[in-house]
Design a protein around this ligand. Structure first.
Ligand SMILES: C[S@@+](CC[C@H](N)C(=O)[O-])C[C@H]1O[C@@H](n2cnc3c(N)ncnc32)[C@H](O)[C@@H]1O
Length: 198
């Protein structure tokens, strides 16, 4: 059990997929997975799948996400290790390859499917052809250089959320202070805003 939710390694108990979701193909390090679980939690994505053998996170071996990636808010995210994520998706799911590829749509104009499964490659590689071949949409983030994995995921999820808000799908913007009911810190009394009194 990771702090982000159950890590399923037994192929017989792999849950049904639910979209929107994220899939990481052969991530290199546990912290890559941990950072994506954190992002999923922040943006209300309920499932993160990952493939390959480089990250185990097998609860039977006592594997856990790195300490800095274990926060109670992540329990709402189901973390699933399986190479068969594309077979577990419910009908209507749209696998979206987020990758630096010629002829991919740019994120600027990308309309996010409500039931997207966002597929990302590893830090030291890219999405393999077999997985690309099963994707229905291809999107590239316009940047001068490659982003690291977590930043690429964050950019896509932010863009999705922002466009949902612009499209009237979000009535009230959510913030950590409001959602976690932890209030907002008061600014220090001696705080002077730039421009004040000028
Ligand atoms: C650090 S990148 C992989 C390194 C990359 N293959 C290279 O040539 O340096 C990790 C993953 O993040 C995503 N990614 C990073 N930058 C991206 C961009 N500008 N557009 C789309 N995807 C990006 C892709 O899914 C990629 O496989």
């Amino acid at each position: 059990m990771s702090a982000g939710g159950p890590t399923v390694t037994d192929a017989t108990s792999i849950p049904e997929g639910c979209a929107p979701a994220i899939a990481l193909v052969d991530p290199k390090y546990p912290h890559n997975v941990g950072m994506v679980v954190r992002l999923a939690s922040a943006y209300g994505i309920r499932q993160v799948w990952f493939t390959g053998e480089r990250v185990s996170l097998d609860p039977n071996k006592g594997d856990r996400l790195p300490r800095e990636e274990r926060m109670k808010g992540y329990r709402a995210v189901q973390l699933v290790k399986s190479d068969r994520f594309l077979e577990r998706l419910p009908p209507g799911t749209v696998p979206v390859a987020v990758e630096v590829r010629a002829n991919a749509e740019t994120l600027y104009g990308f309309e996010h499917p409500a039931t997207a499964l966002y597929v990302f490659g590893p830090e030291d590689g890219s999405i393999p052809k077999a997985a690309l071949a099963r994707c229905h949409r291809f999107v590239v983030i316009p940047t001068r250089h490659c982003l690291n994995l977590a930043t690429a995921v964050a950019t896509v999820l932010w863009d999705r959320e922002f466009k949902r808000w612009m499209g009237g799908e979000i009535a009230e913007p959510v913030t950590p202070g409001g959602y976690e009911e932890r209030g907002f810190p008061e600014p220090p009394p001696d705080l002077v805003y730039a421009g004040e009194g000028l």
